[in-house]
Design a protein around this ligand. Structure first.
Ligand code: GDP
Ligand code: GDP
Length: 457
């Protein structure tokens, strides 16, 4: 089972992203140490009362992700449309919806509309419970005003101030009550390697799955596992037990509401969360789109290993340079995935499909690679000599030593004099220096910086 997913919905400016950061709290600070993940965070893991859940700010989801095409401007009619779709998708695919409203502004027509969409979604099938959050309740008077939102028919509003943090603890308690014990996440009980097949609609996820299952060395277990979000296929490949997580299959079986995008980023996120390795499918004919980059970004945030699979290669007319040029363009558009292997395949003709599972297993191997401490510190010294750490306010960053504290994903701790001196670009440099010596193919690295503890006097 996957981790519970909480989605924040509401009109712009009510304070969703402020609340997101507030609830993510400590956790966020830790993750922010990973180069490249400080900006535009959409998903955060929250821990409260011994429970862990994921939180998504749907307001932060690029409108182009759900709709395709050009970004929408904030005041366009389409933008409201966008909020409606997000609310509906959240109701369907999240485990809890936080409907955020703004006490300062008071009840607006847009709030009414979002509430109505959530209610209407209930009529169409099972939906997530909704918790009404009255934000910007910065003082007693504003807290009293929160009561006006009873009118939305979404139960008792929980008054909070995302800005000051008041009410956040109570809110988290209420959230856990609603998530309930029944949905407590069970860790994947087996030691199978979980591989998620993700990508936009029609990139060929189902076609690839069928091809993979038809491969000679693949032995498929007759019992599929079905979760609310995906269909799991258990198989053995060259003696290695694997589980393929297929989000496309569920979509086929599910009811598709007209007007609402069939593809759910939230569902992809849940599949990614359960995976060790993500096969990110891209349509070779369309090229890299904003959605592809976005899904790749989610996989990186979740520190998953990735294989880029450029499908429908048969449909691209080529000469001798095509693949190189194409690969370069893909690299350019997905710069943040520069350590990820790319395969050019055709699920239709079967071309190079045989490379998919071996490459997935290879990047999984890399997740488990450990650099011996002595070796790592030789690398560190070389890196420091080649390019001295930066100074800030006359103070120079000192890195005393490093160790790889864990694998899966590979996590490195650098002991430093003052972590505030660690500039993003220098962290990036250190990561590149590690990769230059061991490339950790397809696998994100986590770099943590810790102040050296004072020697015991
Ligand atoms: P979003 O568009 O819903 O994500 O809203 P933001 O989180 O960007 O917040 C919109 C504005 O409201 C920003 O200027 C925030 O500083 C402000 N804001 C957010 N939470 C609070 C709060 O609890 N109290 C007050 N007074 N302002 C807040
Ligand atoms: P999904 O929505 O991602 O599961 O995509 P499907 O597997 O349903 O494929 C969508 C469409 O693309 C179908 O019409 C497939 O026949 C077609 N398709 C899938 N793979 C390939 C391929 O390698 N080459 C070509 N030319 N078409 C493909």
């Amino acid at each position: 089972m996957s981790k519970p997913l909480v989605a924040l919905v509401g009109r712009p400016n009510v304070g969703k992203s402020t609340l997101f950061n507030r609830l993510a709290g400590e956790r966020l600070a830790v993750v922010a140490e990973t180069p490249g993940t400080t900006r535009d965070r959409l998903v955060a893991e929250v821990e409260w009362g011994g429970r862990i859940f994921d939180m998504v700010d749907t307001g932060g989801i690029d409108p182009t992700i759900l709709r395709g095409g050009e970004p929408l401007s904030l005041d366009s009619v389409d933008y409201l449309d966008q909020i409606r779709s997000q609310a509906e998708l959240a109701a369907r695919d999240a485990d809890l919806v936080l409907l955020v409203v703004d006490v300062e502004e008071g009840l607006t027509a847009a709030d009414q509309e979002v509430a109505q969409i959530l209610r209407r979604a209930r009529g169409k099938g099972p939906t997530a419970p909704v918790l009404l959050v009255a934000n910007k309740a910065d003082n007693a008077e504003r807290r009293a005003q929160a009561m006006e939102f009873y009118e939305l028919g979404m139960g008792e509003p929980v008054a909070v101030s995302a800005l000051h943090g008041t009410g956040a603890g109570d809110l988290l308690d209420r959230m856990l009550d609603l998530l309930g014990e029944a949905k407590a996440p069970e860790p994947e009980a087996d030691d199978r390697i979980h591989i998620a097949i993700v990508g936009r609609p029609n990139v060929g996820k189902s076609s690839l799955l069928n091809r993979l299952l038809g491969e000679e060395r693949v032995i498929v277990s007759p019992i599929p596992g079905t979760t609310r979000d995906a269909i799991d296929t258990h198989l053995t490949f060259h003696g290695t037990p694997l589980t393929l997580i297929d989000t496309a299959g569920i979509r086929r079986r599910g009811r598709i509401e007209p007007g609402v995008e069939k593809y759910s980023v939230l569902r992809a996120l849940k599949a990614i969360d359960r995976a060790d390795v993500v096969l990110l499918l891209i349509d070779a004919v369309d090229g890299v789109t904003a959605q592809d980059a976005h899904i790749g970004g989610l996989a990186v945030e979740k520190l998953k290993s990735i294989v880029l699979v450029i499908n429908k290669w048969d449909a691209v007319s080529k000469d001798t340079h095509t693949m190189d040029e194409y690969a370069q363009r893909v690299r350019q558009e997905l710069k943040f995935l520069d350590y990820v292997p790319a395969l050019f395949i055709s699920a239709r003709t079967g071309q190079r499909v045989a490379k998919v599972l071996p490459t997935a297993l290879q990047v999984h191997e890399e997740r488990l690679f450990r650099v011996p401490t002595a070796t790592l510190n030789v690398w560190l010294r070389e890196a420091l000599e080649a390019h001295a750490p930066p100074t800030r306010g006359g103070k120079r960053l000192k890195i005393y030593y490093a160790s790889q504290v864990r694998t899966d994903p590979p996590t490195f701790v650098f002991h430093v004099n003052d972590r505030r001196l660690v500039h993003f670009t220098y962290a990036r440099y250190l990561e590149n220096q590690i990769r230059a010596r061991h490339n950790f193919l397809g696998t994100p690295l986590r770099l943590l910086f810790r102040p050296r503890r004072r020697d015991a006097a």
